[in-house]
Design a protein around this ligand. Structure first.
Ligand code: ATP
Ligand code: MG
Length: 285
């Protein structure tokens, strides 16, 4: 059985991509799961973290990024996108991490997403613009235990494509006042979208990112979030703000995950987070 989890937040820079990458690598390396990462963000951060900029460019020139898939949809040409070729097998730069595949994003998606939005505006009752990704991924889904979809910081057509495919979602957030503002609105918009498309998207929880134990604001905001009955779950393992986690954004080879994230506490924090999400998703999805 495949579980599809989207990473969303309207707020930018809260650790969505960093969390998605770490979850994918830990699910595969520490828990033996087969993982597909899907990068829906035109910023291509997850893509370059995994395969680097040069490889991305080669893929982009060969029409093997999601830009090619969505362009076909916008131009209404027959499906020529080659999913099997587009999937980058064992995409993690960590040698010891096997079983993390990637569907790459593209900077070209910035323009293409406007075309998608226009389509929806022109044909408001057509559901297909939000089903492009789901239809394309359907034939390969059963190769994976987990599909993790990294979304851009908005609820535009690309994110809606991710939500249409998703069984559940997580919301990474920095535990400060401005970052947590608007979370209830995000939840209700996801519910409204799910109701419109007639499928269930479960909220797996808020993931606390860039946590600073010395910050009284961080402590107080986490307390508030845990008591807020509009929030289903604050995932118990919090991700601290740490240099090693920031450095994971760089596409450099590592032999092991401990080499990438440091052998000590940072590794344990990310492993605990992955275990929490694994268990919650097994119960809820
Ligand atoms: N736990 C952490 N400790 C230190 N730095 C972090 C941590 N998590 C993320 N960062 C850094 O913060 C920045 C934003 O993180 P990231 O790109 O994951 O956020 P995002 O929510 O995906 O952003 P966007 O909305 O632009 O997609 C990056 O430079 C990243 O390396
Ligand atoms: Mg991101």
């Amino acid at each position: 059985m495949t579980r599809v989890i989207a990473t969303i937040n309207l707020k930018g820079g809260v650790g969505k991509t960093t969390t998605t990458a770490a979850l994918g690598e830990f699910l595969a390396a520490e828990f033996g799961q087969r993982v597909l990462l899907i990068d829906l963000d035109p910023q291509t951060n997850l893509t370059t973290m995994m395969i680097g900029e040069r490889r991305w460019q080669e893929l982009n020139e060969s029409g093997l990024t999601l830009a090619a898939l969505f362009l076909e949809a916008v131009e209404s040409v027959g499906m020529r996108f080659d999913m099997d070729k587009a999937i980058q097998v064992n995409a993690s730069p960590v040698n010891a991490v096997r079983g993390v595949d990637l569907l790459a994003s593209s900077l070209d998606l910035m323009e293409i997403q406007e075309g998608l939005s226009y389509r929806q505006y022109a044909e408001p009752h057509a559901s297909w613009p939000v089903e492009v990704l789901r239809d394309a991924v359907a034939p390969v889904l059963d190769r994976y235990d987990y599909v993790l979809v990294d979304c851009p910081p908005n609820l535009g057509m690309l994110t809606l494509n991710g939500l249409r495919l998703a069984d559940g979602y997580i919301i990474p957030t920095i535990p400060d006042i401005l970052s947590t503002y608007g979370i209830p609105q995000l939840q209700s918009r996801v519910s409204a979208f799910a109701a419109r498309t007639g499928h269930t998207i479960k909220e797996l929880g808020l993931v606390i990112t860039k946590y600073r134990s010395a910050s009284s604001v961080h402590r107080a905001v986490i307390d508030q979030l845990q008591r807020d009955d509009r929030i289903a779950n604050v995932v118990p393992a919090w991700i601290p703000e740490a240099n090693q986690i920031a450095a994971a954004a760089e596409n450099v080879d590592h032999r092991t995950l401990r080499g990438k994230y440091g052998g000590g506490e940072r590794f344990d924090d990310l492993r605990n987070l992955t275990e929490d999400i694994l268990l919650t998703s097994r119960v809820l999805l």
